[in-house]
Design a protein around this ligand. Structure first.
Ligand code: ATP
Length: 930
């Protein structure tokens, strides 16, 4: 079956060959058998980095390279002195451990990303056992019949059974950017090139227009894409801007530390002569290790990963890691209306034809309800124009109404589904009618055309009689459809009046009245046809139409959106609505949700088109509602906002939204209604299509960013303290001695700093996180006092450590015991200081006593465990030997604890001081964020 040339056979022959059925698809037993035979429909990704590559990449990190350098020099020095190169071995061990940890983390991150990708893997509409179901792409087998429409990514190779205006972009396969028109009825020669096989569709390509029914012929690695699977991009673990900046920072620090080493060694030799060279080299090696925050990259990676997990829990799936960070600085959220701000559960509320208007009762998608005129129920099918409008509803429609698990549900577009429901309420059933009135041509809906039409064979039905063999049935936005109408159906399709000014005004007035009530309005029109229209020429078919009437649909706002809009505004983020709907419909909802104030203007797509870029840039600052917008307008809106230095999050679901999603700082695709193409172009996918989830994700983004700043503050301050202590010790002490060995410093930087830093990474949000304007995304990570804090605290650290060192040195020389134990006291005090610092640094303003210690139990755990580990290093003999520490008496330990609380006290006093200062300088009027 595999070497079959599918493009050379008729659709029917292909069906027979694969033992499938056009109306029913495969049976579940056949599916099971074939799944066992062919395996899952998945491409084995080969594009990602190999495990070995990930491991080797660890050693390209400059910090590790420098540590290796330190280990080599320290090893040579020890060997020359006839000692075991303990430090060197330990540093090597730590380098290896760090590389393994880095490897595990990156490997996990890659796996997590591909798992996330799986989560957003497309579902395919598949015909099985006579029913259309959504099936995961991986479960497809040869012989399955799938339905494709604009925006879908094709999930397997297949032979077209039926295609309407189908165009596919096959650049993934052929490199050809232009979309290719596809046709089901043709049969090709065997030697047709891949790009010319117009009766086939291929996995990984995109449907940009039209609709099709396809017989799956090949799956998994057997598909054309599978054969060249290397081309498939692997999951890329992209560095975030922050990771890149931190990478640059560590390069700078490494360089800085090498310069420091050179200065200390050269300066020392000049001052003290060559005999001090080795001692000086040892001191400077310690300094080199102390400068570099070895634990930082790991903590940042973990924090970003935790961030993505927290966001998934709030229904936002991150597709590119940098989005986690950017989300925290979003200033404008541009959102679609339907489905994101509203529930996308459309219900037709009223119907209007030239001869009258009716309210429609009933709830949800159940086709049960009445047509009411002045509270009186009527028989809709007795009204000829209304009956024709309802027939239009059923036939000019691609949605399917089905009962699933006892509940009525819609497969397809809810707007269209609601029309099937409406016709059902009048007693028109979808299935028999679509069977009777065979569809012969169609001109699909797109957000640009804002209309759709079909040509059907005019069947004889007891309720409908037509004089022509075919009918064109159209529906779409009333203003647009009206332009194609030249008559109004007063009594029936045959008894019409010319579409004169009076009729036109009446239609537009009704349209505006319904739209003003927040309804989505759809107009209907029809025309008798003598022949089947040319499928490639919509303009020729959709002309001289007869106006039938319109329906008004309501789509209630999502209940949680009002609150989310409010939170957005409090957080200094501007919500903007962009919709294809009527300006009045859009405005009514925008006012209701608090997106715009009463009377604020809504800008139409048409007006926007006429604006120059500078005019638009000016307009985007005040306009919060855009209506009757086509996807290409979205791109211009994003660009204009970005020109105004806004950080823009933009939602989208259609194929044509992809450019705007790519351009936006955060492109957001819809998880439920979004097309595969829009998901591919996005940075984030909303699993529940809900606006409130965007706001939740920005909150998480802010939390991640402030937690990263928090532990950078925490880690780098201590590095500065260590360096100062080591650098000043030869000047202040009567001997050239290293208070801290490289091994002890690594222990501090990786373990005693690392654990609490990881705990700080999961710190819960500060209460004001959504009560302040967003930070400038361009700002340095050290902005807003962070750099100053680090230097300040680093110096305090240094001063405290040096005070202790001076005292402890004298004490150790003058009391019984090992004269070198002052070093252990300095080491222990520095480690313990960081415990207090971790507790204090949790909040910028709130004192430690004002926060519940259990709001982040990990801090307590990290502080407890790390303190015990530190004590183990001092009191457990093998560890003591290894780390070169000395046992301390209880008094000495108490002194260390005493000194170590000073940093905590200092940070808390700073908070009190800042609070007092802010109170005395607070502006008289409280600023409210617009
Ligand atoms: P939103 O931005 O609010 O999600 P949208 O931009 O997706 O909405 P469209 O779906 O492009 O809006 O709809 C624009 C207009 O096109 C609607 O107001 C309606 O009049 C018309 N319309 C919508 N769906 C269909 C359809 N299936 N067939 C014909 N016309 C439609």
């Amino acid at each position: 079956m595999d070497d079959q040339q599918w493009h050379t056979v008729e659709a029917a022959a292909a069906l027979a060959n694969l033992e499938s059925d056009r109306d029913c698809g495969l049976s579940s037993t056949a599916v099971e058998q074939r799944q066992a035979e062919y395996g899952p429909n998945a491409i084995q990704e080969t594009g990602g980095r190999s495990r070995l590559r990930i491991l080797l990449d660890q050693f390209t990190n400059v910090m590790l390279l420098m540590l290796i350098g330190v280990a080599v020099i320290s090893g040579v020095l020890s060997l020359r002195a006839g000692e075991t190169p303990k430090d060197a071995i330990a540093i090597f061990a730590i380098v290896l451990l760090n590389a393994v940890l880095g490897y595990l983390q990156e490997n996990r991150a890659e796996q997590a990303l591909s798992a996330l990708k799986q989560l957003s893997a497309p579902a395919v509409r598949t015909l099985r056992q006579g029913e259309i179901r959504e099936v995961p792409a991986a479960a497809l087998v040869p012989g399955d019949i799938i339905l494709l429409e604009a925006g879908d990514q094709v999930a397997a190779d297949g032979r077209l059974l039926e295609a309407a205006n189908l165009q596919a972009r096959e650049s993934a396969l052929t490199g050809e950017a232009q979309a290719v028109t596809k046709k089901a009825e043709i049969v090709l020669e065997a030697d047709a090139a891949l790009g010319d096989r117009k009766n086939l569709v291929f996995q990984g390509t995109e449907i940009v227009q039209g609709r099709a029914q396809v017989l799956v012929t090949r799956t998994g690695m057997k598909t054309e894409l599978g054969r060249i699977a290397d081309m498939l991009q692997g999951v890329e673990a992209e560095d975030t801007p922050l990771q890149r900046r931190m990478g640059q920072l560590s390069n700078a620090l490494v360089l800085g530390s090498l310069i420091l080493v050179a200065i200390v060694v050269i300066g020392g030799v000049v001052a003290m002569g060559w005999q001090a060279f080795e001692e000086l080299l040892t001191v400077s090696l310690s300094m080199a290790v102390a400068v570099v925050p070895e634990g930082l990259p790991a903590v940042i990676t973990v924090t970003l990963a935790i961030g993505t997990q927290r966001m998934v829990r709030r229904q936002a799936l991150i597709r590119r890691l940098p989005a986690v960070e950017t989300l925290g600085s979003v200033t404008t959220i541009c959102s679609d209306k339907t489905g994101t701000l509203t529930q996308n559960k459309m219900v037709v509320q009223s119907v209007h034809t030239p001869s009258g208007g009716w309210q429609v009762s009933g709830e949800g998608y159940a086709p049960e309800g009445n047509f009411l005129q002045a509270e009186e129920s009527i028989q809709p099918l007795e009204q000829p124009v209304l009956a024709l409008l309802l027939l239009d509803c059923v036939l000019c429609n691609d949605a399917v109404l089905q009962k699933q698990d006892g509940e009525w549900a819609i497969m397809g577009d809810p707007t269209e589904g609601s029309l099937v429901v409406l016709a059902g309420k009048a007693g028109l059933e979808q299935q028999p009618l679509t069977y009777q009135f065979k569809r012969r041509a169609e001109f699909p809906f797109s957000s640009e055309r804002k209309r759709m039409s079909v040509a059907v064979e005019a069947a004889e039905d007891s309720r409908f009689q037509f004089d022509s063999p075919y009918l064109l049935l159209a529906k779409g936005s009333p203003e647009i459809l009206l332009d194609y109408c030249n008559a109004v159906a007063v009594e029936s399709l045959g008894e019409t009046e010319a579409m004169e000014r009076g009729w036109r005004d009446l239609v537009l007035q009704t349209n505006e009245r319904l739209a003003g009530q927040g309804m989505r309005v759809l107009g209907f029109a029809a025309r008798p046809l003598t022949e089947i229209p040319d499928a490639d020429d919509p303009d020729a078919a959709e002309r001289d139409l007869v106006w039938l009437g319109m329906v008004g649909l309501i789509d209630a706002p999502r209940p949680e959106v009002r609150e989310a809009v409010k939170r957005c505004r409090q957080a200094g983020i501007r919500p903007v609505m962009i919709t294809g709907d009527h300006p009045l419909t859009a405005r009514a909802l925008a006012i209701d949700l608090g997106i715009s104030e009463t009377g604020a203007e809504a800008l139409r797509g048409q007006q926007l088109e006429q604006m120059s870029q500078p005019e638009l840039e000016e307009a985007v600052q005040r306009v919060s509602v855009y209506a009757r917008v086509a996807p290409e307008h979205k791109l211009r809106i994003v660009q204009a906002l970005q020109k105004q230095h806004q950080v823009v999050a933009m939602t989208g679901d259609g194929v044509n939204d992809a450019p705007a999603l790519k351009q936006a700082d955060i492109g957001i695709a819809m998880g439920i209604t979004g097309t595969d193409v829009s998901k591919e172009a996005s940075d984030m996918v909303l699993l529940d299509d809900n606006f409130a989830s965007i706001v939740a994700a920005t909150e998480e983004g802010r939390v991640v960013y402030s937690n990263i700043r928090r532990f950078i503050k925490y880690i780098l301050g201590s590095n500065i303290g260590e360096v100062l202590t080591i650098a000043l010790s030869p000047l202040l002490l009567p001997v050239v001695a290293v208070p801290l060995t490289p091994l002890q410093i690594l222990w501090m930087n990786l373990v005693t700093d690392g654990f609490p830093a990881l705990a700080l990474a999961v710190e819960p949000p500060e209460p004001n996180v959504m009560n302040r304007p967003p930070y400038d995304p361009q700002e340095s990570i050290f902005a807003r006092g962070l750099g100053f804090y680090m230097v300040r605290i680093g110096i305090i650290f240094g001063i405290i450590a040096i005070m202790l060192m001076l005292w402890a040195y004298d004490y150790a020389q003058t009391t019984p015991g090992d004269p070198d134990r002052w070093k252990t006291m300095v080491f222990t005090m520095l480690c313990l200081s960081q415990m207090g610092h971790a507790i204090a640094v949790r909040s910028d303003r709130r004192l430690a006593v004002e926060m519940s210690p259990f709001s982040n139990p990990f801090i307590l755990l990290a502080v407890g465990v790390t303190t015990l580990l530190q004590l183990a290093l001092v009191y457990v003999p093998p560890l003591r030997n290894f780390f070169g520490t000395h046992a301390l008496t209880l008094t000495e330990l108490a002194v260390c604890f005493g000194f170590s609380t000073l940093i905590f006290v200092w940070v808390e006093l700073e908070k009190l001081f800042i609070r007092a200062w802010m109170r005395s300088h607070r502006p008289v009027e409280k600023r409210t964020v617009q």
